[in-house]
Design a protein around this ligand. Structure first.
Ligand code: SF4
Ligand code: F3S
Length: 233
Protein backbone atom coordinates (compact mmCIF):
# COMPACT_ATOMS: atom_id res chain seq x y z
CA UNK A 1 0.00 0.00 0.00
CA UNK A 2 1.04 3.60 -0.59
CA UNK A 3 1.45 5.72 2.56
CA UNK A 4 1.72 9.50 2.80
CA UNK A 5 3.97 10.22 5.75
CA UNK A 6 3.78 13.78 7.06
CA UNK A 7 6.57 14.63 9.46
CA UNK A 8 6.96 17.74 11.56
CA UNK A 9 10.53 18.89 11.06
CA UNK A 10 12.43 21.42 13.14
CA UNK A 11 16.11 22.16 13.49
CA UNK A 12 16.49 25.12 15.85
CA UNK A 13 19.96 25.80 14.42
CA UNK A 14 18.54 26.73 10.99
CA UNK A 15 14.72 26.94 11.23
CA UNK A 16 12.69 29.82 12.65
CA UNK A 17 9.70 27.54 13.25
CA UNK A 18 8.61 23.92 12.76
CA UNK A 19 7.34 22.96 9.31
CA UNK A 20 5.88 19.87 7.66
CA UNK A 21 7.57 17.60 5.13
CA UNK A 22 5.75 14.89 3.17
CA UNK A 23 7.14 11.55 2.01
CA UNK A 24 5.45 8.93 -0.19
CA UNK A 25 6.36 5.40 0.89
CA UNK A 26 5.46 1.85 -0.02
CA UNK A 27 4.47 0.00 3.17
CA UNK A 28 2.94 -3.24 4.39
CA UNK A 29 -0.03 -3.19 6.81
CA UNK A 30 2.12 -5.01 9.40
CA UNK A 31 4.97 -2.48 9.17
CA UNK A 32 5.54 -0.49 12.33
CA UNK A 33 5.57 3.29 12.19
CA UNK A 34 9.18 2.96 13.35
CA UNK A 35 9.92 1.03 10.13
CA UNK A 36 8.60 3.97 8.09
CA UNK A 37 10.82 6.40 9.99
CA UNK A 38 13.82 4.13 9.39
CA UNK A 39 12.99 4.00 5.69
CA UNK A 40 13.00 7.81 5.48
CA UNK A 41 16.17 8.15 7.54
CA UNK A 42 18.15 5.39 5.85
CA UNK A 43 16.95 5.79 2.26
CA UNK A 44 15.74 9.38 1.77
CA UNK A 45 16.93 11.90 4.36
CA UNK A 46 19.61 10.98 6.89
CA UNK A 47 19.12 14.24 8.80
CA UNK A 48 15.77 13.08 10.24
CA UNK A 49 16.11 12.86 14.03
CA UNK A 50 14.13 10.59 16.35
CA UNK A 51 14.88 8.39 19.36
CA UNK A 52 14.54 4.61 19.38
CA UNK A 53 16.38 1.77 21.02
CA UNK A 54 14.82 -1.63 21.77
CA UNK A 55 12.15 -1.54 19.06
CA UNK A 56 9.90 -3.79 21.16
CA UNK A 57 7.93 -1.51 23.50
CA UNK A 58 10.25 -1.91 26.47
CA UNK A 59 12.71 0.99 26.49
CA UNK A 60 10.17 3.80 26.09
CA UNK A 61 12.38 5.83 23.72
CA UNK A 62 10.12 6.25 20.69
CA UNK A 63 7.05 8.01 22.13
CA UNK A 64 5.71 10.42 19.48
CA UNK A 65 2.41 11.99 18.56
CA UNK A 66 1.15 9.77 15.74
CA UNK A 67 -2.08 10.79 14.01
CA UNK A 68 -2.85 13.11 16.92
CA UNK A 69 -2.27 10.63 19.74
CA UNK A 70 0.79 9.83 21.83
CA UNK A 71 2.00 6.32 20.97
CA UNK A 72 5.20 4.30 20.72
CA UNK A 73 6.36 4.20 17.08
CA UNK A 74 7.65 0.64 17.62
CA UNK A 75 4.28 -0.67 18.84
CA UNK A 76 2.06 1.10 16.30
CA UNK A 77 1.36 -0.85 13.11
CA UNK A 78 0.37 0.88 9.88
CA UNK A 79 -2.89 -1.13 9.89
CA UNK A 80 -3.71 0.11 13.44
CA UNK A 81 -4.04 3.66 12.14
CA UNK A 82 -6.72 2.85 9.54
CA UNK A 83 -5.50 5.65 7.29
CA UNK A 84 -3.12 5.93 4.36
CA UNK A 85 -1.92 9.30 5.72
CA UNK A 86 0.24 9.19 8.85
CA UNK A 87 1.28 12.35 10.65
CA UNK A 88 4.08 12.36 13.20
CA UNK A 89 4.95 15.17 15.61
CA UNK A 90 7.12 15.28 18.72
CA UNK A 91 5.40 14.74 22.08
CA UNK A 92 4.13 18.07 23.43
CA UNK A 93 5.09 20.31 26.34
CA UNK A 94 8.86 19.72 26.22
CA UNK A 95 11.42 21.78 24.25
CA UNK A 96 12.14 20.29 20.82
CA UNK A 97 15.83 19.63 20.23
CA UNK A 98 15.42 18.41 16.64
CA UNK A 99 12.47 16.88 14.74
CA UNK A 100 10.97 14.22 17.11
CA UNK A 101 13.71 14.52 19.72
CA UNK A 102 12.63 16.49 22.79
CA UNK A 103 14.58 17.60 25.84
CA UNK A 104 13.57 15.11 28.55
CA UNK A 105 15.44 16.86 31.38
CA UNK A 106 12.27 18.44 32.88
CA UNK A 107 10.54 15.02 32.73
CA UNK A 108 13.36 13.28 34.60
CA UNK A 109 13.69 16.16 37.07
CA UNK A 110 10.06 15.51 38.09
CA UNK A 111 10.85 11.78 38.26
CA UNK A 112 13.71 12.38 40.69
CA UNK A 113 11.64 14.71 42.88
CA UNK A 114 9.31 11.91 44.02
CA UNK A 115 12.25 9.76 45.19
CA UNK A 116 11.56 6.78 42.91
CA UNK A 117 13.60 4.29 44.90
CA UNK A 118 13.20 2.04 47.91
CA UNK A 119 13.71 3.77 51.27
CA UNK A 120 14.01 1.77 54.49
CA UNK A 121 16.46 2.72 57.22
CA UNK A 122 15.91 -0.44 59.32
CA UNK A 123 18.88 -2.81 59.43
CA UNK A 124 18.47 -5.35 56.62
CA UNK A 125 17.23 -8.77 57.75
CA UNK A 126 19.39 -11.84 57.28
CA UNK A 127 17.53 -12.67 54.09
CA UNK A 128 15.05 -10.59 52.02
CA UNK A 129 12.45 -8.10 53.36
CA UNK A 130 9.31 -10.17 53.14
CA UNK A 131 6.08 -9.14 51.43
CA UNK A 132 2.90 -11.13 50.81
CA UNK A 133 1.55 -11.65 47.26
CA UNK A 134 -1.47 -9.52 48.27
CA UNK A 135 0.78 -6.64 49.38
CA UNK A 136 2.78 -6.91 46.14
CA UNK A 137 -0.37 -6.88 44.01
CA UNK A 138 -1.38 -3.43 45.33
CA UNK A 139 1.35 -1.68 43.32
CA UNK A 140 1.67 -4.13 40.43
CA UNK A 141 0.33 -1.68 37.82
CA UNK A 142 2.86 1.01 38.67
CA UNK A 143 5.79 -1.41 38.24
CA UNK A 144 4.95 -1.65 34.52
CA UNK A 145 5.94 1.94 33.69
CA UNK A 146 8.70 2.27 31.08
CA UNK A 147 9.16 6.06 31.53
CA UNK A 148 8.18 6.80 27.94
CA UNK A 149 6.63 10.21 28.86
CA UNK A 150 3.55 9.58 26.69
CA UNK A 151 1.26 10.26 29.65
CA UNK A 152 2.88 13.45 30.96
CA UNK A 153 3.14 14.98 27.48
CA UNK A 154 -0.53 14.28 26.74
CA UNK A 155 -1.69 16.07 29.88
CA UNK A 156 -3.27 19.50 29.25
CA UNK A 157 -2.23 20.67 32.72
CA UNK A 158 1.40 19.89 31.88
CA UNK A 159 1.09 21.73 28.55
CA UNK A 160 0.04 24.97 30.23
CA UNK A 161 2.12 24.60 33.39
CA UNK A 162 5.46 22.87 32.90
CA UNK A 163 6.07 22.96 36.65
CA UNK A 164 3.40 20.25 37.14
CA UNK A 165 5.27 17.04 38.04
CA UNK A 166 2.97 15.14 35.70
CA UNK A 167 1.29 11.72 35.76
CA UNK A 168 4.43 9.68 35.13
CA UNK A 169 6.08 11.02 38.30
CA UNK A 170 2.94 10.14 40.26
CA UNK A 171 2.99 6.59 38.86
CA UNK A 172 6.60 6.29 40.03
CA UNK A 173 5.65 7.60 43.46
CA UNK A 174 2.76 5.12 43.58
CA UNK A 175 5.23 2.27 43.01
CA UNK A 176 6.92 2.99 46.36
CA UNK A 177 4.12 4.65 48.39
CA UNK A 178 2.14 1.39 48.31
CA UNK A 179 5.14 -0.87 48.90
CA UNK A 180 4.59 -2.31 52.39
CA UNK A 181 8.37 -2.42 53.01
CA UNK A 182 9.07 1.23 52.16
CA UNK A 183 9.41 4.05 54.73
CA UNK A 184 9.90 7.11 52.49
CA UNK A 185 6.35 8.39 52.15
CA UNK A 186 6.73 11.59 54.21
CA UNK A 187 9.29 12.97 51.72
CA UNK A 188 7.23 11.81 48.72
CA UNK A 189 4.02 13.34 50.08
CA UNK A 190 5.88 16.61 50.57
CA UNK A 191 7.12 16.59 46.96
CA UNK A 192 3.64 15.72 45.68
CA UNK A 193 1.84 18.32 47.79
CA UNK A 194 3.81 21.35 46.55
CA UNK A 195 2.64 23.94 44.00
CA UNK A 196 3.48 21.74 41.00
CA UNK A 197 2.25 18.59 42.67
CA UNK A 198 -0.57 16.10 42.40
CA UNK A 199 -3.40 18.53 43.21
CA UNK A 200 -2.91 20.16 39.81
CA UNK A 201 -4.39 17.03 38.19
CA UNK A 202 -7.87 17.78 36.84
CA UNK A 203 -8.73 14.13 36.03
CA UNK A 204 -8.50 14.75 32.28
CA UNK A 205 -7.77 11.04 31.59
CA UNK A 206 -5.53 11.81 28.58
CA UNK A 207 -2.70 10.10 30.47
CA UNK A 208 -4.62 6.84 30.82
CA UNK A 209 -5.54 6.83 27.14
CA UNK A 210 -1.94 7.52 26.11
CA UNK A 211 -0.21 4.86 28.19
CA UNK A 212 1.23 2.12 25.92
CA UNK A 213 1.50 -0.20 28.94
CA UNK A 214 -2.22 0.11 29.68
CA UNK A 215 -1.52 1.36 33.18
CA UNK A 216 -4.68 2.91 34.69
CA UNK A 217 -2.75 6.12 35.31
CA UNK A 218 -5.66 8.30 36.44
CA UNK A 219 -6.80 5.62 38.90
CA UNK A 220 -3.28 5.44 40.38
CA UNK A 221 -3.23 9.23 40.70
CA UNK A 222 -6.52 9.08 42.64
CA UNK A 223 -5.09 6.36 44.91
CA UNK A 224 -2.07 8.54 45.69
CA UNK A 225 -4.32 11.57 46.34
CA UNK A 226 -6.34 9.49 48.84
CA UNK A 227 -3.17 8.20 50.53
CA UNK A 228 -1.94 11.77 51.01
CA UNK A 229 -5.34 12.93 52.37
CA UNK A 230 -5.51 10.01 54.85
CA UNK A 231 -1.96 10.72 56.01
CA UNK A 232 -3.16 14.13 57.28
CA UNK A 233 -6.24 12.72 59.12
FE1 SF4 B 1 4.75 5.77 29.70
FE2 SF4 B 1 2.57 4.71 30.89
FE3 SF4 B 1 4.82 5.11 32.31
FE4 SF4 B 1 3.35 7.19 31.52
S1 SF4 B 1 2.72 5.58 32.97
S2 SF4 B 1 5.58 7.04 31.40
S3 SF4 B 1 2.62 6.50 29.53
S4 SF4 B 1 4.55 3.71 30.57
FE1 F3S C 1 -3.44 15.20 33.38
FE2 F3S C 1 -3.98 12.66 33.61
FE3 F3S C 1 -4.66 14.32 35.51
S1 F3S C 1 -4.11 13.85 31.74
S2 F3S C 1 -5.08 16.19 34.42
S3 F3S C 1 -2.60 13.85 34.92
S4 F3S C 1 -5.81 12.57 34.82
Amino acid sequence: MQITLELQRYNPEVDDAPHWETFQLEAEPMDRVLDLLHKVKWEVDGTLAFRRSCGHGICGSCAMMINGKNRLACKTLVQDLKSDTITIEPIRGLPVEKDMVVDLDPFFKAYREVKPYFINEDPPPERERLQSPEERAIFDDSTKCILCAACTTSCPVFWVNGSYLGPSAVVQAHRFIFDSRDQGNAARYQALSGGGGIWRCRTAYNCTEACPREIPVTQLIEEVKRAIMFSYM
